[in-house]
Design a protein around this ligand. Structure first.
Ligand code: DLL
Length: 433
């Protein structure tokens, strides 16, 4: 099901022609900001020098630090009176990064989300409960506009107040959720333990999960618990928010809307472009943004461009599930570990429940990892032999994958801090010592 069949199935050559045209417009527009005027002048880039999409490589990267340095208005390319909304990133450190939107920017963003929703087979017959936080975070309002555009009945529930969320799902017969995967896992615990409701008895048919890394095994686990399809949704506030890349009904990687973004993958160390299929850092350029175009933005997210066509017929290329962020990489005793690798392994184990944490500490001069894992409530038992065997099973599976044998601490279901938004998984206490 297409929202905009023509745009979504453009031939590669038409798509590339359109990208070149829009890139030139974007460059022209970006010159209105002091930041890009200086950057492009220094790099000697003019819009006439762009003949091919790969010529984008002449343009220097933009980083999060650039956005911080120019806070609040240094990257604005239209007069303030032409903007109607701003959003800020959810970053926990430093000055936040702010993105401004014109009415045209909001319309384009909304269109992209309408495409994403139709790509999952959902439409005006659906009741959509938006459990992402409303406010400066883009997850709430972003999807809200897209869902209204396709005519869904929208419940703007925002995150938190889990019992009320469950009441809404039952009373209004919610069919589609928008939620972080960690909060969705937490809700399944509340449903079965406190409310004594089988999640499969709800009317849910789909969930859009994103805003934080999660593994394929977590998706499968959620689908088994709820009996619905969970679609991976990727985005970042610098590129609008949700709606940058989304899975279609084939659930095979995420289509990235290439008539609105130019996608590149680079080696994070050298900055050199990598061929399709090779994993590296995702770099994105906006092609439609009026208020605040961003050129070659280093997302710090690690993924690859997927080879081959998708059976859905969309011609826009796909990116693989995000492995983590370049700044997420943990180096434990010299071994590189992404938290997503730990999650991928532990969520495969049936006795594991819905929450976990990774703690790092120094033992003398050495790094040590402890993984705290909640047990599945259905399998929870006080039997010491049973607990020891689970502990051993988890430690062994982790050692096989990440080459480190962590201490595994099993805790009762509901013990660890539940997440209502983006979950905090890693507690690195090594630096404090
Ligand atoms: O998280 C936008 C969003 C809202 C996306 C709702 C999807 C759904 P920020 O707060 O700016 O924006 O955080 C962006 O979150 O660079 C990734 O590191 C991470 N992220 C977002 N989606 C995914 C995903 C929103 N599906 C940052 N998988 C990004 C893994 C994700 N990481």
């Amino acid at each position: 099901m297409y929202w905009d069949k023509k745009a979504e199935t453009l031939s590669r050559s038409s798509l590339e022609k359109l990208q070149i045209k829009k890139l030139k417009q974007t460059l022209k527009r970006s010159l209105r900001s002091t930041f890009y005027r200086k950057l492009l002048k220094e790099a000697g880039v003019s819009f006439d020098s762009i003949k091919d999409v790969s010529d984008i490589r002449e343009i220097p990267f933009t980083t999060k630090q650039d956005l911080r340095n120019t806070y609040p208005y240094g990257m604005l390319c239209v007069p303030k009176e032409k903007t109607i909304r701003l959003h800020a990133s959810s970053g926990t450190t430093g000055t936040s990064t702010v993105i401004f939107h014109t009415p045209g920017d909001i319309d384009n963003w909304t269109e992209l989300l309408a495409r994403c929703i139709f790509a999952t087979g959902c439409d005006s017959h659906d009741v959509f409960q938006n459990m992402m936080t409303y406010g400066m975070f883009t997850g709430g309002l972003g999807l809200h506009y897209g869902a209204e555009k396709v005519g869904m009945l929208v419940i703007p529930a925002s995150s938190g107040n889990t019992k009320r969320q469950i009441k809404f799902m039952r009373d209004f017969g919610t069919t589609v959720l928008h939620i972080t995967p960690s909060y969705l896992l937490h809700i399944s615990d509340v449903l079965s333990k406190e409310e004594k409701i089988d999640p499969r008895e709800l009317n849910l048919k789909a969930a859009y999960i994103g805003a934080e890394p999660h593994s394929e095994t977590t998706r499968k686990k959620l689908e088994a618990i709820y009996g619905f399809h969970a679609y991976n949704s990727y985005g970042l506030s610098e590129m609008n928010g949700p709606g940058v890349a989304f899975e279609c009904t084939f659930q095979k990687d995420m289509h990235i809307w290439e008539d609105h973004y130019i996608v590149e993958v680079i080696d994070p160390e050298t900055g050199k472009n990598l061929p399709d299929g090779q994993e590296g850092e995702l770099v994105l350029t906006t092609l439609s943004r009026e208020a605040m175009p961003i050129l070659r933005y280093r997302t710090r997210d690690l993924t690859r461009i997927c080879k081959g066509n998708c059976p859905c017929g969309r011609t826009h290329r796909r990116i693989a599930r995000i492995k983590g962020r370049t700044d997420d990489l943990l180096i434990v005793g010299g071994v590189n570990v992404f938290p997503s690798q730990v999650e991928h392994i532990i969520m495969k184990i049936a006795e594991v429940g819905t929450n976990y944490e990774i703690h790092l500490q120094k033992k003398g001069a050495l790094d040590h990892m402890t993984v705290k894992v909640e047990l599945n409530s259905k399998m929870f038992s006080g039997d010491i032999g049973f607990l020891n065997s689970i502990r051993e099973k988890i430690a062994h599976a982790l050692k096989d994958e990440i080459l480190i044998r962590p201490t595994v601490e099993l805790v009762a279901p509901g013990t660890l801090e539940p997440s209502m938004g983006k979950a905090r998984r890693v507690y690195d206490n090594r630096k404090k010592l």
